[in-house]
Structures are given as structure tokens and as C-alpha cells.
Design a protein around this ligand. Structure first.
Ligand code: GLY
Length: 368
């Protein structure tokens, strides 16, 4: 089967890799370089549990989270790239008695070993992460909230894809999907027609424009996230620290990532003074010692989002051979391994290998 994948973000690269492993002839089209947009801009946190009862989203997220140890090992063996899969857990600092009560209730609700949820008192917080501000009165600790270096993960998936036989064509911008007699036949990229039996659109926040090219409608839009990084030498933090208005991600490679805004500003590509000031203020209130660290870089990305917040996965209704995998919003890195496997099983085998009802594209296709 000849497959054209549009978009060299984490979803496109991971899915191209899995498709090639099953013997498909895959061409991966990326208008810049792999991971140039949201996948490279992310922080790489792998947080599978929601705060409320188990949803279909959480089931998908947990399934993907469980794949990471094997994915990291497999990619390292195939490419030599260490994706920095860190499993030390995330601290959610708490400031009020009510927050501490809620954290204790949540820890009691999730007694299972796998995610290791615990409520810490102020002394335990001080012992485990001494740099946290003294007004932190406790913490919810989730040992199962891991993180990876997302730039390395995209690079590793892209490299593994090429090694598995994927034809990666970077610097090629897809303008439209070719649909003839109700069937996708390929795409047009910089004036060149690239043919395929199957077309998979994995172009993140830009997927709606491609769907629009044949008269379809998918209300995917960008949610800008701004971030910055500090030189983290010597390290101040050992865990991810995730508060209401800021998160801090210590990377083995010597950076501390500070994020992130969630803004509805269309494709306005800018790092703004106000956003960085807000993140800095929140970060320094939480960990005063960060004030001595050098700022190394700032950046933004456009998370792909649809109004119900769920990913959009599956066949495009009314066009044979056309598939979509996008709208992973704040969880594209976490959801990449399961999305890649699900889409591969579905495209090559004709059936999804899990419950996908909440993710189907036709929930939007009927809305116009
Ligand atoms: N997943 C991190 C973010 O969306 O900022």
C-alpha cells in the first residue's frame, strides 16, 4: 500500500514509522523539518491521568504512556538517540488546606501502584525538593507522571522512519488533497503531484486548511503556547514541578524548561513580553533560586485544538482513502505512540484496535 503522510510532527513521524514497519511504501511530506512546529515546541510531559473519572481520552493516554519504556528502548537501539525518558515523577505544589484535602482524597482514590499517587506534607516537600518556596504547604506527588525530550523524540522517530524505508521529503509544502470520484489519490506539494492509495493528514493546527482544500470542514485551530528555558547548572530541581500557572521541567541535558501560556491568537507567531513576564513571576514565586539562572532561549508553538478538546482520529467521511490524525492539543507527545499504532492497525487492517468513537472526524463533518 502506497501512503502519503502530510506533516512531519511527532504524529506524522511516528505513524510513518509504524506504517513502514508493516511493509507500506510511505512518503512523509514536511514543509520545514521534522518537529519544526508544536512537537518541537512542547515540554515533553507524559501525564496520562485526568482529575476526574476515567474517560475515553484517559484510556488512550494511559495506553500510550505504557508504551513509552519500550518506545524509548526501541528508538535508542534503532537510531542511537536517547530520548531522555525520565521517570522520577511530578510534584503538584499545594498552598491551602482545601487543596491538601483534595489531594489526599485523590491519592486515596488512586491506590494503584502503577501511577504512585501520594499526598505529601510540607516536611516531605522540603526533603524531596528543597528549592520550593516556603509557602508551599504540601504537594500531590504523581510518580507516574514522566517526561521526555520531545525534540529528541521527534528526531528519533523521523530517523527510525527513514531507516524503516520511509521517503522523507522536507521543505515541501502541501497545498491540497487530490480527491477524484470520491477517493483520495494523493496531494499537490509545491505544484508537484504526489500520488498515494492512502493520504493521512497529520499537519497539526494546519490540518483544517488541507481539509478545506477539497471542500471539507474541520474546526481545528492553533492554541499558542509560549515558553522559555534556563541553564540548569547546577540543577535546582529534580522533579517536574507543575503549579496552576506555570510548570518547570528539568532535563537531563542541562536545561530547565518553563511553560506555558495557552492563547487563542490564531497563527500569530511571537514571544511576548507579557507572557514571559507572567511565567517568570510565577516561576520565581515557586522557586526563588531560579532567579540566578541564565535564560537561554524563548519560543512559541501552535497546539492543534478542536472545540471538544479531544484528538481527531480516523477516516474522513465521504472520501475513501483519506485519514486524519490531529488535534492532540496539549498531549501530542504523550499520545504519539498509541496514535501511530492505532492509525497503522486501522489503515492497514480496516478496523481500529481500540474504542475510537469519541475521536472520529465525522463528529465535525456533520456540523456544516
Ligand atoms: N503539554 C504542555 C503544554 O501544553 O503546555
Amino acid at each position: 500500500m502506497k501512503i502519503v503522510v502530510v506533516g512531519g510532527g511527532i504524529i506524522g513521524c511516528a505513524t510513518a514509522y509504524e506504517l513502514a514497519r508493516t511493509g507500506c511504501a510511505v512518503t512523509l511530506l514536511e514543509r520545514a523539518t521534522p518537529g519544526a512546529e508544536a512537537s518541537g515546541a512542547a515540554a515533553g510531559m507524559l501525564v496520562p491521568l485526568g482529575e476526574t473519572a476515567r474517560s475515553s481520552f484517559e484510556t488512550l493516554a494511559i495506553a500510550s504512556w505504557r508504551l513509552f519504556p519500550q518506545v524509548a528502548k526501541d528508538l535508542r537501539e534503532r537510531t542511537g538517540i536517547d530520548v531522555e525518558h525520565v521517570t522520577r515523577g511530578t510534584i503538584y505544589p499545594l498552598f491551602t488546606a482545601e487543596e491538601i484535602r483534595r489531594a489526599e482524597a485523590r491519592a486515596a482514590r488512586h491506590p494503584g501502584e502503577e501511577f504512585g499517587i501520594a499526598a505529601w506534607d510540607a516536611r516531605e516537600v522540603r526533603d524531596r525538593e528543597p528549592a520550593l518556596a516556603t509557602n508551599v504547604r504540601g504537594a500531590l506527588f504523581v510518580r507516574g507522571d514522566h517526561w521526555v525530550n520531545n525534540q529528541r523524540l521527534v528526531a528519533a522517530y523521523a530517523r527510525a522512519a527513514v531507516a524503516a524505508g520511509v521517503l522523507l521529503r522536507s521543505g515541501l509544502s502541501v497545498s491540497r488533497v487530490v480527491v477524484e470520484a470520491g477517493r483520495a489519490r494523493g496531494v499537490v506539494a509545491d505544484g508537484e503531484r504526489v500520488d498515494g492509495d492512502v493520504v493521512l493528514l497529520a499537519a497539526g493546527a494546519w490540518t483544517g486548511q488541507l481539509v478545506g482544500s477539497f471542500g471539507g470542514r474541520l474546526p481545528v485551530e492553533p492554541k499558542r503556547g509560549q515558553m522559555f528555558a534556563l541553564t540548569h547548572v547546577p540543577p535546582v530541581l529534580h522533579h517536574v514541578v507543575h503549579a496552576e500557572d506555570v510548570y518547570l521541567v528539568p532535563r537531563p541535558s542541562g536545561e530547565l524548561l518553563v511553560g506555558a501560556t495557552v492563547e487563542r491568537v490564531g497563527f500569530e507567531g511571537a514571544v511576548t513580553a507579557g507572557a514571559i513576564a507572567g511565567l517568570l513571576r510565577a516561576a520565581l514565586e515557586l522557586v526563588p533560586a531560579l532567579g540566578d539562572l541564565a535564560i537561554t532561549r524563548t519560543w512559541y508553538g501552535f497546539r492543534p485544538w478542536v472545540p471538544d478538546g479531544f484528538p481527531v482520529l480516523g477516516p474522513w467521511p465521504g472520501v475513501d482513502g483519506l485519514w486524519v490524525a490531529t488535534a492532540h492539543f496539549r498531549n501530542g507527545i504523550l499520545l504519539a505512540p498509541i496514535t501511530a499504532r492505532l492509525m497503522t492497525a486501522w489503515i492497514t487492517g480496516g478496523k481500529p484496535n481500540m474504542d475510537v468513537r469519541d475521536f472520529l472526524p465525522d463528529r465535525f463533518a456533520t456540523a456544516h
